[in-house]
Design a binder for this molecule. Structure first.
Ligand SMILES: Nc1ncnc2c1ncn2[C@@H]1O[C@H](COP(=O)(O)OP(=O)(O)O)[C@@H](O)[C@H]1O
Ligand SMILES: [Mg+2]
Length: 217
């Protein structure tokens, strides 16, 4: 089973947005997808509840007492994570994952928090006990702003404390398309192509990475 975790302890950076869009993308490709909402705020499971029946089906993976209950036909498991998750809870969340996608917002506070978080990940490496592939995504970016340029520069240069580079996948612009899709239990890939052309283009590098062996340990 392919397991993709969207993670960043900072709230509001786009974890649920990425998780629901990735789940919807794979479901539309004909894969059996489960979406695990590990956040007590239930953004992803609320999204699933309003998802129209005629769209590609996504199963809801139940998280109970820290255990994941998944349909055994699942081919792709997408995990949405809570904010402020640290220490053993963070280890437990990462353990089932092959791939971790970290969305980061164009703000100095979020950039600093992301770096702190990566240091924490490295310090927990022995407890996690297996390899995972990590990549970053710049999210909710207003193009042609100084903040956008700073975030891109920062993510391109970002390294783990051991010196290895973290692949920076793409920039997703701030767009009402995400908000409209989320409201209706849909993804970007289910809104009109003419309206979402630019956003879909921006998703290209991330989806190609997720579909390639480069994102699998
Ligand atoms: N690229 C984007 N453009 C516009 N709004 C976005 C974008 N990404 C996220 N949002 C909005 O920002 C808010 C927080 O995003 P969310 O995915 O819930 O973050 P998290 O799960 O990390 O707390 C939501 O209202 C969401 O619709
Ligand atoms: Mg969320």
């Amino acid at each position: 089973m392919r397991t993709i975790l969207i993670l960043n302890p900072k709230g509001g950076c786009g974890k649920s947005t990425l998780a629901t869009n990735i789940a919807g993308y794979y479901a539309q490709q004909g894969k059996r997808v489960s979406l695990a909402d590990c956040d007590a705020q239930c953004t992803s499971s609320d999204w699933l509840k309003v998802r129209p029946d005629h769209f590609a089906k996504i199963d809801c993976a139940v998280v109970k007492d820290g255990m994941l209950h998944i349909e055994n036909t699942t081919e792709i498991l997408v995990m949405d994570s809570p904010a402020s998750v640290h220490d053993q809870k963070l280890v437990n969340l990462i353990r089932p994952a092959q791939t971790v996608v970290i969305p980061v917002l164009p703000s100095p506070l979020d950039m600093r928090a992301a770096e702190r978080f990566l240091h924490e990940l490295i310090s927990l490496r022995n407890k996690i006990g297996r390899k995972v592939k990590i990549a970053t995504v710049a999210n909710r970016v207003r193009e042609d702003t100084l903040a956008a340029a700073k975030l891109e520069y920062y993510l391109e240069k970002l390294k783990l404390p051991d010196g290895s580079r973290i692949p920076f996948m793409t920039v997703l612009r701030a767009s009402q398309n995400y908000i409209q899709a989320a409201e209706n239990g849909m993804t970007l890939f289910e809104l009109a192509p003419w309206k979402t052309y630019y956003d879909r283009e921006q998703w290209g590098p991330l989806l190609r990475w997720l579909n390639s062996s480069r994102s699998i340990p």
